[in-house]
Design a protein around this ligand. Structure first.
Ligand SMILES: [Zn+2]
Length: 56
């Protein structure tokens, strides 16, 4: 556990944020501008995923 400064959506999903706090989860993914090439999740901010790739 070395990097605690920024958590990615990928990590949040592993902790089931989408179940525990759907509202916060939705604020991370809307409006989606990028997606994660590593796990296929879409996000509003590229820094919130492990392998950001622009939509379109
Ligand atoms: Zn990812």
């Amino acid at each position: 556990m070395s990097d605690k400064k920024h958590k990615t959506l990928c990590a949040y999903v592993e902790e089931e944020l989408q179940v525990k706090d759907a509202k916060s989860f939705i604020s991370l993914i809307q409006p989606a501008t990028h997606f994660c090439e590593g796990c296929g999740r879409s996000v509003a901010k590229p820094e919130d995923v492990c392998k950001p790739k622009k939509l379109k």
